[in-house]
Design a protein around this ligand. Sequence first.
Ligand code: AGP
Length: 604
Amino acid sequence: MCGIVGAIGYETTTEILLKGLERLEYRGYDSAGLYINDQTGHDYLVKTVGKIATLKSAVKPTVQGSLGIAHTRWATHGQPSEANAHPQFSTSQRFYLVHNGVINNFTALKQQYLADTHFASQTDTEVLVQLIAKFVEQEQLTTLAALQKTLQLVNGSYALILVDRDQPDQLYIAKNKSPLLIGLGEQGNVVTSDALATYDLTDQYLELHDQEIAAVSADQVQLLTLQGASQTRQPITITVTDGEVSKGTYPTYMLKEIDEQPAVMRRISQKYLTAAGEPQIDPNLLTALAQADRLYFVAAGTSYHASLVGKRLFEKFTQIPVEVGVASEFGYHWPILAQHPFFIFLSQSGETADSRQVLIEAKRRGLPTLVITNVTNSTLARESDFHLDLYAGPEIAVASTKAYTAQIAVEAVLAKALGTYLKLPAAEEWSLQTQLGLAANGMETLVDNKQGWSDLANNFLGASQDAFYLGRGIDYDVSLEAALKLKEISYVHTEGFAAGELKHGTIALIEENVPVITFITEASTAGHTRGNVQEVLARGAQVLVIASEDCQQADDQIVLPQLTPELMPLLTGVCGQLLAYYATLQRGLNVDQPRNLAKSVTVE
Ligand code: AGP
């Protein structure tokens, strides 16, 4: 999703904005721009399509000032173009605005209030800045009052910064459903959608809540509700280290984050288990979960796939039925709920709009909610009743890797803690401390064999534009995730399929040399899956079998160390990540920032 950075009171505003945008590149974007004002009557607007490097080369050394706003755009309304890039500005060129979110009623607002306005772009954002200008220039409202009036007409999501060039000592900001933070610096203040952009300037941040606005000057912040009621809030500390956000010696963030997974397993073990290996979970959360007669997992993408594994863990250890929903579907088609539902949201970013809309409705219905996320101060974490951290460290690459395996590990901790709380025998079947240790060691074995994975990707996936992942049970859950990994970064059209279901139609797509990758780690279904392997081999597919020790056969290409079957996704998931990574490199594609994708999907 779009990235936003604003700064006021600094002499190095241009550098701050450009560095901030570079740190937000991982969120995904297609164009960028900035507006700088030197507060003595000179101002500059620079917008380009493509990467930040292009914007940087277009910013002349004279573009300096002590107030500025900048933006990376992930196109929602209007194709990537200079005109559609932000900052958007009023016809009078007095007002400049950057925005992350979607204005649902922008067309109606245009028709009702701006019928005679010439629009320079196709964006919903331009409607905001033109409306503000109209209310100031034609109705003589103050800029703050015009912003309030405009936002009271708006239906949609926004994180925005507005500049009035006739008042260049203030940044006007507002937030609804999209994240926005005010960084309290020494020389001045910054505004950003993500503290990763400005962590070297401050670790003190004020979070804006929905329907709040603020006037930010170099040395003070006036925080208000949209209706104008003054708000006070204590800053939170957000610390980010260079090591966490830099690639270090790695060529890509994704490879660094794949390699970090053993350490993440060990960190989760340290954070959530006692020295004796017993899970440590907030007893209030366990008490609340124990009241449930059904658990509802709601998530998107990779987090949805991790939720599928979570269903198996929770039903095994707690005997509580679990439903798993795709957030964007669940949000508009609520099922008939059980008497005592409990909602669990997995979200690496903690900002996914599809998931958040379900969380808001669950809270409206007075239902208990837990968010398991990698971003402690995220919107979802803040708005849920309970939240658990993944402790995976910032995940910069768009393709989620360490967050996926961390989600499964934390689900296992919580499921066992709840099973133990409910005094159910299954929770004692195996030691989580032992299993997470074995998982970390197994992951190390996998990531230490990079050449092997590169060769396998090259020999097996080669230049193919189609591929299948097959599995049964938990191996089907991982097949869905491995397929997403491969298609989202290599653009190979990949299907994750239930092995037994293939013959009911889709096997028609199997022809000579189609790559089929099969996970076989579940003893109870291994024989059937191997039968399905024969079915695709008979039709010319080339098959790669990834099996666990207990399920292996002589000619399997990859045999994985044996974990308890419920945690084998910690290893099969890494196999899918490595195959996707090397297949993408071999296609010469951008592993960290695949086309069309965003790291944090803050629009529905
Ligand atoms: C995963 O590789 C993708 N980047 C995407 O599917 C992601 O998992 C999905 O958008 C959900 O994001 P979240 O975990 O931050 O809610």
